[in-house]
Design a protein around this ligand. Structure first.
Ligand code: FMN
Ligand code: FES
Length: 429
């Protein structure tokens, strides 16, 4: 059957959004006068291009799909398949700026709407990772949307390690971070070298905080010793599990610590470009981390002179993209579907090359392990819903649920069938 040719070309605004990332096309159809394999080698720019269209126009139109396809050497059907995979993109007309309103558990408990009672024009959304601010909503789209919800709530304690800088000043003040000992762990890591770093992480007992609990040192050693190069590091900041907002809290409040942690991890595994796969809805975290990365580049702490750089990849509303092999497909410009294992990421991950994927909290444990030889025996817990003070709490692994609820101010009046003390006495965890 003959292919149906669309006659409407992409609008000027659509072409500008795409050309802003790919550079101008060379002929009147926007085609590039460069070899096909070079054009196809830019497929990893598909997700950023779709974001650029969605932010500027509000939706991904058929002519925009055709134009993108011609610029990336792919078929329109392939581009359509990717665009339709992500919840934040629309394939039908809508306004560039959209309101997404959470209809998940903590927000419902705080009086938020259901799928059927969301205001006209707003989009019902699964947990937005803002459960500490329930009922939550965000605005997405437009040129430079203001990230409306404020910094995440925390319950600080004097012996906090992971949260110790949270809420203690301007998170993007690089001088303040350095004055507080920032980047001294990276100096120490350079003295230790890759094997020394991995030995210190192994001695700390650090295991993954992203779900599977895999020993971090073993993962890094497996990547470090792979003969194939380059080696990749991906910080998994997709955080879409309903009720979780710890990674957002860390990035919004302590972005330089994440950058330093990634630089140490990169030294350990032999990587020159780290990527943060950041949940698309985390606008404030995106802004904070982008500013911190820029300031580190200006100070020579990132970029070619430092031998290591970091780029942020914005997710686009797909829970499954938190799974590590789905992240590879998403970054490469394909539908964010998981791959079969084996092969495992340490041997064949991003672009088929050795890759370490680590959760934000896992990485943020690393500086104090390197500089103080600390044991990794603390974790972050997210408390929301029926507690008086929702927020993130740092506590030793093994803390009881009753103690956590007590630190979050206990249950609100009318919610408690069991008081915290009775919970503890009952022996319930
Ligand atoms: C459906 C699914 C969703 C996941 N989502 C996340 C996530 O949002 N963040 C995360 O760090 N790990 C997530 N994981 C786990 C990752 O696949 C991976 O194990 C983890 O990022 C490795 O980092 P770690 O060793 O530091 O924990 C998810 C796994 C599955 C199966
Ligand atoms: S933001 Fe609404 S439940 Fe998490």
């Amino acid at each position: 059957m003959e292919a149906i040719k669309r006659t409407t070309p992409a609008s000027e605004a659509e072409r500008e959004a795409i050309d802003g990332l790919l550079g101008p096309g060379e002929d009147h159809l926007g085609r590039d006068a460069i070899a096909g394999h070079v054009v196809r080698g830019r497929r990893h720019l598909l997700l950023p291009c779709l974001h650029a269209l969605n932010d500027r126009i509000g939706w991904i139109s058929p002519p925009a799909i055709d134009y993108l396809a011609s610029r990336l050497g792919a078929s329109p059907a392939e581009i359509h398949a990717v665009a339709s995979f992500y919840g934040l993109f629309s394939l039908s007309p809508r306004e560039p700026v959209q309101r997404h309103v959470c209809i998940d558990l903590a927000c419902r408990a705080a009086g938020g709407p259901t799928e059927h009672s969301v205001d006209d024009g707003a989009h019902p959304a699964p947990c937005l990772g803002l459960c500490d601010r329930a009922p939550a909503a965000i605005t997405i789209g437009g040129h430079d949307p203001e990230p409306d919800p404020g910094l995440a709530a925390v319950d600080r304690a004097n012996d906090d390690v992971l949260l110790r800088r949270v809420g203690s000043g301007d998170p993007v003040d690089l001088d303040a971070y350095r004055a507080d000992g920032g980047f001294s762990a990276l100096d120490r890591a350079r003295e230790l070298g890759p094997e020394g770093i991995i030995a210190a992480v192994e001695a700390s007992g650090l295991t993954g905080r992203g779900g599977a609990g895999f020993p971090t040192a073993r993962k890094w050693e497996a990547v470090r010793t792979q003969p194939v190069t380059p080696h990749h590091l991906i910080c998994n900041a997709d955080e879409s599990e309903p009720g979780t907002f710890k990674d957002r809290t860390l990035i919004e409040n302590d972005p330089y610590a994440l950058i330093e942690s990634m630089a140490i991890a990169a030294l350990a595994i032999g990587c020159e470009l780290g990527r943060v796969y950041l949940r698309g809805e985390y606008l404030r975290a995106h802004r904070t981390l982008s500013t911190a990365i820029e300031r580190c580049r200006s100070a020579g702490l990132l970029g070619s002179s430092a031998g290591f750089d970091i780029e942020i990849i914005r997710g686009a509303g797909a829970y499954i993209c938190g799974e590590e092999t789905a992240i590879f497909n998403s970054i490469e410009g394909y539908r964010g579907e998981p791959r079969n294992k084996p092969p495992f990421p340490f041997e064949s991950g991003l672009f088929g090359q050795p890759t370490a994927v680590n959760n934000v909290e896992t990485l943020m444990n690393v500086p104090s392990i390197i500089s103080e030889g600390r044991r990794a025996d603390r974790r972050l817990f997210c408390l929301s819903g029926a507690v008086r003070r929702p927020g993130v709490i740092e506590a030793p692994i093994g803390i009881t649920l009753g103690s956590l609820i007590e630190r979050a101010g206990g249950l609100p009046r009318g919610h408690a069938r069991w008081s915290c003390r009775r919970l503890r006495r009952s022996g319930r965890p």
